[in-house]
Design a protein around this ligand. Structure first.
Ligand code: ARG
Ligand code: ZN
Length: 868
């Protein structure tokens, strides 16, 4: 049942316009559609095959004439008309649907009693019969009829063109979207919502009304979302010359949503988590997440909507590009270095892991069973890295030229990743043929680097060698390089006589092996490789601890400064692990401890970077570097290092805490940096678990006026064996039980605890009155979060696996998309020891034998077990 990229064919029919009419009702909702359809070629004799799922067809008319049951065929997934004329015609249908029973949250469904839609990728077919594919673009008009008191607000794409009242208590609104669009961008919202309004004037003078729609009780949590939208609109004009194209832009926050948000034309639907915030309910990371997701969906208006995807294999065309755009936006709005480090952390922990799993796929997949399974970190985040490569190779201006040409050529079209690459190549007159391999080949490239310094010739020769698996070909990899002198200064680098000298050179590795020679290097340099993480690869370069400590203290590239610290920590942890496994007493490396102290005492370092530098690599990331994940050893050793650092530098941690905790709350970068640093310090301090440290955390927990500090302190307390632990958990619950997004945090914090009773607590929390699998955020807050808690989830007794599989099977019946996300943790089963492998495999076998397995879960589990 798999679909292949190579099988793509143009549609046999196009739909030019569609007029929709919804009558929303608690019992059955009626959807009336009238479409103008046209065969793609003259004289073709193809049947018309429309997609449709869970629809009850009530009537079908062809050019105004009622069709009888012999003239068409309906099955579970399609409506087929075997004989249609070779010219344009009109098809009219009425179907019944039941949004109130829709638990999968795709198509038209209800959230807190309001109606909303999610059509990407293939949800529109659950609303009406249609050619539900992105290369069929139609003009939409939408009329919504509903009870006026329960559903005072009726929204759809485009402009509101007409409205009125019926004499039975219902009212109606008609919307018209002037831009042709694929069905996945359709949206409808109806309900009792509050509007937080604003405006934006585009640089060519268009007055745009901005509307953030939320449930009335959330009226005071919208301003940051509005401001984020305004910033994004301005930034896209300045950076890419892209302006908004309608007179209204609406964002609706809903409590039940499978993903982050959706870029429907003129009417974004958002997971409330990425809209609502207030200092006392949302953390600094939440604020940043909101700004980024609002920008992401806004940026889709050009990269996704104006220019869309020809087919779903091209998903990264819009997602990789739009993630890259939102990353650049955040780099500009906050700090480029901090944002880069955060993005690389996500890439390495989640995407590199996906590359190591049976679900590994190129950013442009070759096949899928269920498209929703391919909204992955590979398509999104590695896809964004691949877009970044163009910019690294072509420069910001060259990249912009490519973007301009892309829009010039393809505005209003449904296109492919090859079209994008061609625009980049043509606008810059470069050959990007080899570059296609980034789209074709799965897996993380590995590059070995080695350097030779010739003191007499004053040259430094750097050899880069890519390890290319047998069935693959060499990638085109930009490697940004700097060389540091004895004082930590950047040396001036010259590659050819004529080329300008720079402190960072971007080397283009295209062959299996290449050597780059720098001239006039008058001292033995310390190389700083892959600066700013210039490509999504693993770079191996053997570095002495002294050198890592040196880079950690001096590298002018903040990303690599952080990276050196991470590599240093990793070396230290793996050495300790060997000792732990040999039953030796552990002792912390003095040079590492000293390097950490230098960071602690560095007054010039930005607080956010500092806090990142003081954070050890995660167990998950460390496990990925091993042939077999040493679950218990990694946990024990990492805990040991944290505790040692806490004890040895106790005075410094305390000093940092005191120096930063008086800062009054604000949303500025400086204040955020202070909170990050302070809370990192608090976490170390609390490792000691003494009455004084517990007291410090408790004071912060009770006295803070913002969620960043309160949540941090709660997290510290949850990891102690104190009496205050239980009290804080109860206090937080009472304080926030009526705010779902904050209550999610309450579940999550408990699921992240590293104490040995975490599994039992999670089991108990599943029975909590406020826990439900029906709400994706709530389910994720406990289940997904716990499944990432490596040492606790991967208990040797397998009890957590069994519980997890039970939940996957429950969700399989109600919300297959979420079930499939959750089951994916088992993808990594082969990377564990024999005992854990057997336990996970047993659960996978249990799942795959389940009757009525959804396509979503089947695809992941069958790939995981390698069944054909
Ligand atoms: N296009 C949306 C975004 O990235 C994501 C929608 C994903 N939905 C899904 N059902 N897979 O902004
Ligand atoms: Zn997106």
């Amino acid at each position: 049942q798999a679909i292949y990229r190579k099988d793509y064919q143009q549609p046999d029919f196009f739909i030019d316009s569609v007029d929709l009419h919804f009558s929303l009702d608690e019992d059955v909702t009626l959807v009336h559609s009238r479409m103008t359809i046209r065969p793609r070629t003259e004289n073709q004799k193809k049947p018309l095959i429309l997609n449709g799922e869970l629809l009850v067809l009530k009537s079908l008319k062809f050019n105004g004439h009622v069709l009888n049951a012999t003239q068409y065929h309906v099955d579970k997934t399609h409506l087929t008309l075997p004989n249609v004329p070779a010219e344009a015609f009109e098809l009219e249908s009425i179907v019944e649907i039941k949004p109130q029973e829709n638990t999968a949250l795709t198509g038209l469904y209800q959230s807190s009693g309001n109606y909303c839609t999610q059509c990407e990728a293939e949800g529109f077919r659950r609303i009406t019969y249609f050619l539900d594919r992105p290369d069929v673009m139609a003009r939409y008009t939408t009329t919504i009829v509903a009870d006026k008191s329960r559903y005072p607000v009726l929204l759809s794409n485009g402009n509101r063109v007409e409205y009125g009242e019926l004499n039975d208590g219902r009212h109606w609104v008609k919307w018209a979207d002037p831009f042709p669009k694929p069905s996945y961008l359709f949206a409808l919202v109806a309900g009792n919502l509050y509007c937080h309004g604003g405006k934006f004037t585009t640089r060519s003078g268009r007055e745009v009304r901005l509307e953030i729609w939320v449930e009335p009780q959330n009226h005071d949590q919208c301003e940051h979302a509005l401001q984020s939208l305004q910033k994004a609109m301005r930034w896209d004009e300045e950076r890419f010359g892209l302006e908004y194209d309608l007179d209204i832009y609406m964002i609706v926050a809903v409590g039940d949503f499978n993903m982050g948000a959706m870029e429907n034309k003129g009417l974004n639907v958002f997971n409330a988590k990425f809209v609502l915030c207030r200092p006392d309910t949302a953390t600094d990371d939440d604020y940043e997440g909101i700004e980024a997701v609002i920008a992401h969906e806004y940026f889709h208006n050009w990269t996704g909507n104006r220019v869309t995807c020809r087919d779903w294999f091209q998903l990264t065309l819009k997602e990789g590009l739009t993630v890259f755009r939102d990353q650049q936006f955040t780099e500009d709005m906050t700090s480029a270095a901090v944002k880069r480090i955060q993005d690389v952390r996500i890439l390495r922990s989640a995407q590199f892991a996906e590359d190591q799993s049976p679900m590994a796929h190129p950013i442009r997949p070759e096949s899928y069973i269920e498209m929703n399974n391919f909204y992955t970190v590979t398509v999104y985040n590695k896809g964004a890295e691949v877009i970044r490569l163009y910019q690294t190779l072509l420069g910001k201006d060259g990249f912009r030229r490519g973007m301009d040409l892309y829009f010039q050529r393809h505005d209003g079209q449904a296109v492919t990743c090859d079209d994008f690459r061609a625009a980049m190549a043509d606008a810059n007159q470069v050959d990007l043929t080899q570059f296609e391999r980034w789209y074709d080949q799965a897996g993380t490239p590995v590059v070995e680097a080695s350097g030779v310094y010739d003191a007499t010739a004053k040259t430094y020769a750097l050899t880069l060698r890519q390890q290319v698996p047998e069935h693959l070909q060499a990638w085109h990899i930009p490697v940004a390089v700097g060389l540091l002198g004895k004082e930590g200064q950047d040396l001036s680098l010259q590659l050819e006589e004529t080329a300008p000298a720079k402190t960072t050179q971007v080397l283009e590795l295209r062959e299996l092996e290449q050597t780059f020679t720098f001239k006039n290097i008058s001292e033995l340099p310390i190389p700083s490789l892959l600066r700013h993480f210039s490509a999504p690869i693993k770079l191996n370069f053997s570095c002495q601890r002294q050198e890592l400590a040196f880079l950690m203290a001096h590298d002018s590239d903040p990303f690599n400064r952080w990276e050196a610290g991470q590599q240093f920590a990793q070396q230290v942890i793996f050495d300790l692990l060997a000792d732990w496994q040999a039953g030796k007493t552990l002792q912390l490396d003095a040079l590492f401890s000293e390097a950490v102290l230098k960071i602690l005492q560095d007054d010039k370092l930005d607080g956010s970077i500092k806090s990142l530098m003081l954070t050890l690599p995660t167990e998950n990331f460390l496990g990925q570097q091993q042939a077999e994940v040493a679950v218990d050893g990694l946990f024990a050793v990492r805990q040991f290092v944290l505790k040692q650092l806490a004890e040895v530098h106790y005075a410094e941690w305390l000093a940092i805490y005191r120096a930063n905790h008086q800062m009054p709350y604000s949303n500025s970068a400086t204040a955020i940096a202070c909170r990050r640093l302070k809370n990192t310090a608090l976490h170390y301090i609390c490792r000691l678990d003494t009455p004084e440290t517990v007291n410090l955390a408790e004071k912060q927990f009770k006295q803070s006026d913002n969620m960043t500090d309160q949540q941090s302190a709660l997290m510290c307390l949850v990891n102690t064996f104190s009496e205050e632990r239980g009290q804080a958990i109860e206090y937080f619950y009472q304080q926030w039980r009526h705010n779902p997004l904050v209550l999610d945090k309450w579940f999550s914090v408990q699921a992240t605890s590293y104490l040995p009773d975490t599994f039992d607590n999670v089991k108990a929390l599943l029975q909590h009155q406020d826990f439900t699998l029906k709400n994706p955020n709530r389910a994720r807050s406990l289940i997904a979060v716990f499944s990432q808690n490596q040492a606790q989830f991967h208990r040797a007794d397998g009890l957590a696996y069994q519980l997890h599989a039970d939940i996957v099977l429950q969700l399989n019946a109600t919300n297959p998309q979420i079930a499939s996300r959750f089951v994916s943790v088992f993808n990594h089963w082969r990377r564990f020891d024999a005992n854990r492998q057997a336990l996970m495999q047993a659960q996978l076998n249990r799942i795959i034998q389940h009757p009525n397995l959804s396509k979503d879960v089947y695809e992941v589990v069958s790939k995981s077990l390698n069944v054909k």
